[in-house]
Design a protein around this ligand. Sequence first.
Ligand code: SF4
Length: 316
Amino acid sequence: MPFQIFQSQARTILSPVSGFLREAGFTHSLTPSRNCTFGCTYCYVPTMRVQGGLQPDDWKHWGQWTTFKANAGELLASELRGSEIIYCSPLTDPYQPAEESFGLMRRILTTLAEASHPPRVFVIQTRGPLILRDLDLLARVSLKTRLRVSFSVTTNREDVRRTFEPHCGSITDRWLTIRRLREAGIPVTATLAPILPCDPEELLDRAMDLTSGPVVADPFHVRSVKKSGATTREPAQEICRRYGWEAWLDPAFHAEILETMRLRAAAANRIFCWGAPGFGLLVERPESFRPSQDLRGIHEPGNCLQRSLSNANPKQ
Ligand code: SF4
């Protein structure tokens, strides 16, 4: 897909978080650009409009260009205080296709690797195999802060992947990326979000095989249960109707799928958790994922929630 790359000078780069991310235990987000050249059909960000930091042309032409915050590295150096729990990024993919030529993440990671006050936690949320370009810097950053890559895999079916997210990497490439991150010693979590039509058990098994620690997930956000804020955008809903996948937009069906996956993970002594409690697990130390600790009631969603919320208060 042809896309354009623009750049701007941002006034700040770390934003205090609220809502979902705050509930998960993050304090700040870092969004390196506006608009995302992966252009997924379900992407929630354009439905947030100005609340997502977008301009009208961005939400009307989602995925056709991106505007990089070219001074992100310099701003980050001046804004870090050493106490932040950062999620990068809620509003764009840091390793979207345009990053290959712009290289902004290399500047951001270099800043983190050289920071005198590195953040407490830095989570990179991506689905871009391009992250492997930066293995050298990721290794340096992991010496300075608790780094975790949360890598998205949304289905085990390549036909489904191509239909909903034709500009993203193949499923094979994404599993391979997770494997290579892990082999390089970079903490990585498989994040099954949003869960697209799939064989949930096969998807979960693959995620558990290739990672240690918890597996995080999230179903489609739909208006029937989420009255405001970010939601699945219309092109993905249209795909569901056209291909007979409407059930994947039904909250009762979500609950069934998630419970099936949770029980399967529990049987394998692993944590499977979704929503804000699930994303809260990304900020925990890898050693807290040891199976001996994981088994103490963590498989109940209520306990998962409680454990995750305890991270929201940095004083605890
Ligand atoms: S990669 Fe993420 S931010 Fe980018 S279009 Fe897809 S869902 Fe949206």
